[in-house]
Design a protein around this ligand. Structure first.
Ligand code: SF4
Length: 64
């Protein structure tokens, strides 16, 4: 799995950080910062949940 974060689309809601603070952070302007684009197998469900809960469509993933 590979996660992608489009910082130009992020609206800074913070949902992704609430779901997976080990995968996502926010900068001083609340814009998402991807901490890793390749989550461990144990964190793939959390990554999927974060993508699902992103209200702006800034997050996406490639399952390969
Ligand atoms: S959930 Fe989406 S809009 Fe909210 S901070 Fe994360 S990437 Fe940005």
């Amino acid at each position: 799995m590979r996660i992608r974060a489009n910082r130009n689309v992020c609206i800074g809601s913070g949902n992704c950080v609430l779901v997976a603070a080990d995968l996502f952070d926010q900068d001083d302007d609340a814009v998402v910062v991807l901490l890793t684009d390749t989550p461990s197998a144990a964190r793939e469900d959390a990554a999927r949940e974060a993508v699902d809960r992103c209200p702006s469509g800034a997050l996406s993933m490639d399952e390969q």
